[in-house]
Design a protein around this ligand. Structure first.
Ligand SMILES: Nc1nc2c(ncn2[C@@H]2O[C@H](COP(=O)(O)OP(=O)(O)OP(=O)(O)O)[C@@H](O)[C@H]2O)c(=O)[nH]1
Ligand SMILES: [Mg+2]
Length: 243
């Protein structure tokens, strides 16, 4: 499948060249689109230089920090316009092992609409997370799955591959959530559109360079949105039973 790997970056100067090199080794036939929000640390220039060496790497530079969700929306929209069959999400901080890319893309070729690299299926792991962080992520995922009737163990994972047809069906432009909320909303929309979702085990490693851009606001946004979507679905079920 013709695949575009979209790499969102904000201040990943210490990671992006190594990420690009490892992506090229793991998925030599895939094209790469880095979506950088004018990182002050010069990430875009480093990505361009490494990309020129490796080939088939483009860098989209946006004027300012606009969030992970909107970076993926912009990257996917560009990929769909150019006719890629598979659109792939991956963090640019080496938390996601590029060696998994072929398996994610192969899962789409095998019939899945969305293949998620999952920490919470057998074989998946997060070796370095302290208990409180693991619990927040695990219970957050359970809460989202229960409220949204979503048969997914790791709906917040940002390592995944979508079939182009399903992205065309989920009305990408109207997705508003950022961060974890964006990942949950996309899985929820794929499931509601009748898409099939598979999860493949991954090991999630903590970043060793640079800093996290996730915040309590992003966690709170996900929690509020999931609760709202879950209540809205229940109210519309009650209304349709009454009719
Ligand atoms: N273009 C763009 N990329 C972003 C933005 N925020 C985060 N990113 C990128 O999105 C990816 C995930 O962000 P991280 O900060 O690593 O978030 P995380 O992996 O959930 O958190 P940690 O585990 O703490 O690293 C990284 O590649 C970031 O550089 C943004 O506003 N714009
Ligand atoms: Mg990270």
């Amino acid at each position: 499948m013709r695949a575009l790997i979209v790499l969102p970056t904000y201040e990943e100067a210490e990671n992006i060249a190594e990420v690009l090199r490892r992506v090229r080794v793991a998925a030599p036939d895939a094209d790469v689109l880095v979506v950088d929000d004018s990182s002050p640390d010069g990430t875009a220039a480093i990505a361009k230089e490494a990309g020129d060496d490796l080939g088939n790497v483009e860098v989209m530079v946006r004027p300012g920090k606009s969030g992970l969700g909107s970076a993926y929306q912009a990257g996917f929209a560009e990929g769909l316009r150019r006719g890629y069959a598979a659109l792939v999400e991956m963090d640019s901080d080496l938390s996601h092992d590029p060696a998994v890319l072929p398996a994610l893309i192969a899962a789409l070729a095998g019939g899945a609409d969305l293949a998620i690299g999952s920490r919470y299926v057998p074989g998946g792991s997060i070796p370095h997370w302290p208990l409180h962080r693991r619990s927040l992520s695990r219970w957050g995922n359970r809460y989202a799955a229960r409220l949204l009737c979503l048969d997914v163990r790791d709906a917040t994972s940002g390592f995944r591959a979508y079939r182009a047809e399903i992205l065309n069906r989920v009305d990408l432009e109207t997705v508003r959530a950022d961060g974890y909320g964006f990942q949950i909303e996309m899985a929820y929309r794929v499931a509601r559109a009748g898409g099939s979702i598979v999860e493949l085990p991954i090991q999630f490693l903590d970043r060793t360079n640079g800093h996290s851009k996730m915040s309590t606001t992003i966690v709170a946004e996900a929690l509020v949105l999931v609760t709202w979507w879950g209540l809205r679905d229940r109210m519309s079920r009650v209304r349709s039973i009454r009719r």
